[in-house]
Design a protein. Structure first.
Length: 341
């Protein structure tokens, strides 16, 4: 897609009632400069803007004429410095803002947003009334800590959350902030994630989300520099806390021999009284073969140091985790493909 708009959309096409029947608008790779002549888009329910050259004021003019809007998606629109969603958008249910590199603030007063998806740099978020918020996706450095400490509202009815970050400091205590959250996915993926990060600090989420049933953690990294359990086999830390009686499914991807990750997994095994299924998967190729396919279809190659790291992760599972898994818990250990490596 072009990053520089070469076509200026004639907003006059939407004036004088001609846009009244439009239900879906998708602008890509153009500039958009609405004026006072822009009519009321009374039937517009979906608006997608990709690589569109306009400002926050231009978007505000467009939104102020779209009272029936239900879906708003904005991607790679670098002209926006501030996004303001007015309270007149009573029907807005889904808001997506991705990759707008000059965006500094999102201020939403729309009261019925069900799903919010943001990816980019860390910005000021003011989401207003969030009683209807059920799904949240945030992707930026420091997003895990932000959700714990700085998210403006507790979002009491949040059910599903996905958090992605390439850089974090330890997760602080979270005191029953998301009472109805049922599914939590955290991506802490990087070429090398900070070795100072303590994976055990993620235990805070279990106490802060008492209704959690599914937890997925992806810690895939190209080179692990955390302290390995094999370098420091001293006693594992234990966190004294309540038993968790709702968690059913836990999956950890990119499993390594990082000592704090072993400690987190042991805590899960020992404190999740309702746990039914635990999946631990070592580092995987970006594209995988489909066994028992023929040899022409192979996993993408992995360097020796990555394979050795995956083997250490597997050994850590067999040594420190597997013996502690209760008989009633279904354990799945997924190792790097032996056929191709």
């Amino acid at each position: 897609m072009p990053t520089i708009a070469k076509y200026s959309f004639p907003c006059s096409l939407l004036s004088n009632g001609s846009g009244d029947s439009i239900r879906y608008l998708h602008f890509t790779g153009c500039s958009f400069r609405p004026t006072t002549e822009l009519g009321c888009l009374r039937s517009l329910t979906k608006l997608h803007l990709y690589h569109v050259g306009f400002t926050g004021d231009d978007l505000g003019c467009l939104l102020s004429n779209s009272f029936a809007l239900e879906v708003l998606g904005i991607r790679y629109c670098d002209g926006i410095g501030c996004l303001k969603v007015p309270c007149t958008l009573q029907r807005l249910r889904y808001l997506e803002v991705l990759g707008c590199c000059n965006l500094g603030m999102i201020e939403s007063k729309a009261p019925n947003i069900f799903s919010f998806d943001y990816e980019g740099k860390r910005i000021q978020l003011s989401l207003g009334e969030t009683l209807q918020m059920k799904e949240l996706r945030l992707s930026f450095n420091g997003a895990v800590r932000y959700v714990c400490v700085e998210l403006p509202s507790s979002m009491p009815n949040l059910k599903v959350a996905t958090i992605s970050s390439r850089r974090e400091i330890n997760t602080p205590l979270l005191h029953s902030k998301y009472l109805h959250l049922k599914s939590l996915t955290i991506f802490l993926c990087a070429a090398t994630f900070s070795p100072a990060y303590d994976y055990l600090s993620l235990v805070s989420f279990f106490d802060g989300c008492p209704s959690l049933e599914t937890f997925v953690l992806d810690v895939s990294e190209y080179e692990m520099k955390h302290v390995s359990i094999f370098s420091d086999p001293s006693d594992l830390r234990k966190i004294q806390g309540q038993q968790h009686h709702k968690m059913k499914t836990v999956k950890i991807l990119g499993f390594t021999s990082a000592k704090s990750l072993i400690e987190l997994t042991c805590h899960i095994v020992e404190s999740m009284a309702s746990l039914e299924c635990l999946t631990l998967e070592t580092y995987q190729s970006s594209s995988k073969c489909f066994e028992p396919a023929d040899r022409s279809n192979e996993c993408s190659p992995l360097p020796i140091h990555v394979l050795k790291g995956a083997q250490r992760g597997l050994l850590a599972i067999r040594t420190y985790i597997e013996p502690k898994v209760p008989a009633m818990v279904e354990l799945h250990v997924v190792e790097t493909c032996r056929r191709c490596h």
